[in-house]
Each structure stands twice: as structure tokens, then as C-alpha cells.
Ligand binder design. Sequence first.
Ligand SMILES: N[C@@H](CCC(=O)N[C@@H](CS)C(=O)NCC(=O)O)C(=O)O
Length: 350
Amino acid sequence: MKAWRLAMTRAVGGFALAATLSLPVMAQQPAPAAGGSATLDAIRARGTLICGVNTGLAGFAQPDSQGAWRGFDVDYCRALAFALWNDGNKVRYVPTTAQNRFTALQSGEVDILVRNTTWTLSRDTSLGFDFAGVNFYDGQGFMVKTSAGVRSARELDGATICVQPGTTTEQNLTDWARANRIRFTPVVIERLEEVVGAYVSGRCDAYTTDVSGLAATRSAQSNPREHTILPDVISKEPLGPLVRHGDQRFADLVRWMHFGLLGAEEMGITSANVAQAAQNDSRPEVQRMLGRSSDLGPMLGVDNAWLINVIRGVGNYGEIFERNLAPIGIQRGPNALWTQGGLQYSPPFR
Ligand SMILES: N[C@@H](CCC(=O)N[C@@H](CS)C(=O)NCC(=O)O)C(=O)O
């Protein structure tokens, strides 16, 4: 009843507006493409997903010795390609810097950014994006040379700190320093290898970014023990995939693909047992997830086997995490499932 009244009010409001502007009432109806996704249509027509990733961060997105992109973020791109075509190789990777990533998405150079990007209010609104979820709960930290003997970020008063522009990192650093009355000299460098190089060569006393980025960079150094990640975490950095505003159907698919990875882990469905689970598992939610009942796939614009293909192709969230992030020393922490005391949680598949 309440919903019906609301709908009536809107219709009447729409009519009033049409009358004022002397537009035909039809002009107030949603255009045929409303709620649709030009991006999804373009991806299908092209037959390849164009995924914006970072320029090379161990564990998250980096080409291997054969030139094939690997990592946690890369597996999200591959998972989408499995959902769409049951083929994880139908992805073109476009490296983006912190600075140019948003232009790449706005301009249509990439279909999606899967690139350690923090969900913030302004990015979600005025920049014109939709975040599809949080695939990694993170926070900002500092890395220093172990030989400096620094134990806490508060000891960085007077330090020179390396940071990349166009990041929440740069903004948080300023907020944190002001709040804690810490004076510092920023060294702001756009390219990742250059900013890291400046820190390693001693031009900066500390390097600051998301703790996951610090772990990735530390693991890539010739002697990781020479670098210490300080215990202080100065911000919330919920990282996740984002698409352009107005691409609701595409956003839905990305969002539920992420939830599918989480839900599969929660239900104990893995790359090794998914085929068997699809045949034998009699739990109703598993049957819906794996397309044995309820027709949920077509509601996302894909076929009912989509999640079987995704899980067979890349594994569940836990498998993706273990494969890519455990080797660089990142633990589940807040990214454990909610059933294990963490924050990762999927709404119901029904
Ligand atoms: N999460 C932060 C920082 C993201 C970020 O770009 N971090 C840097 C340092 S880890 C990075 O990924 N650089 C990779 C590159 O520029 O290719 C944000 O969204 O602003």
C-alpha cells in the first residue's frame, strides 16, 4: 500500500513537470536503455572485457615471466570473463596509474577498474562511478628502512615521506599529520616504480600507501627484511571494483560475481568440488547459486551455469586470496568471512 502511494506521487510529480516544461508525458517514461548497460552490450559485442588494473603490484596485478597478468585483482577480471563466456582469457589488461585511472574509466578506455581503489563518497558520486563492493578491506600504513629503528609512525615527525598523487593516501597523510601535529616533507611522484625507487634509494625516510600495497612492494625488494611496515594504520581503505554510473546491469553482474565468490567460500564450494556440488549438493541455496533452481543467472544477464564456470575457473574468494596474497604475507584479517569473525559477507542468493 505504502509503495503504491509512493509510485502514484512520483507519477503525478512527473506529470506536473511534463506540463510545466510542455513536454509530452511520454518523455517522463524511462528510456528503453534505463537500467540497462551500454558497457555490457559493448563488452558482449567486442567479445573481450577491458580491465583497468595497476601498473604492476605483486599479488594484485602483475605480468608473470610469460607476460600473463596474475594477481588478486586480475582474478576478478578473469572471473567476470568466466561469468560472461566461460573463458578467463577473454580479458585485455590496461595498466593505469593512481593518477590516470579515473580518466581511463570515465573516457571508456576501460570497462571496469579492478585496481586497489578506495570507495569514497566523491568517487561514488561526483566522479561518476559505482563501486560494486569491497573485495579487500584495507588501511593506510607506512614502511621504513628497518635500519632506521623507527617503531611507530609518530616518530616520523620531521621526516620526508614518499607518496603517489591522485590517491586517498596523499589526503590521509595530510589529515593525519595535522591531527597528530607531525611535520613532514612530502615527495610526490606519479609512477609506482619511481616512488618506490625514491624511497629505496633513501630520498624519503618513509613510503606510505595501503598496507596491502606496502606488503606487495616489500615482498618485491631484494631483501624484504630491510624494510619494516609500521604497526600504525591511519585510515579505512575499502578497496573494490568500480564501473561507470548508469551501468546498473553491469554493476549488478560485478557485484554478484563478488558475492558469488564469497558465497561459494561460505558454502564450501571450491574449484575442485564445484562440478560435484552442482550435481549432488541438495542445500537449497547451493542449488540456486549453481543454477540448479530459480533461474538467477538470467537475472544477471548470464546463463545459469555462470557461477559454476567462475568457481571452476578461478576458485572461491578464499582460494583467490590464498593463491595471490598469502605468498606475499597478507593474512585474511578483516577479509575473513563474517562466519570467521571477518567483514566479508554475501547477501542471500534468492
Ligand atoms: N587505495 C588508494 C591508493 C591506491 C593506489 O593507487 N596505490 C598505489 C600504491 S600501492 C598504486 O597502486 N600504485 C600502482 C600504480 O600506480 O600503478 C586510492 O584508491 O587512492
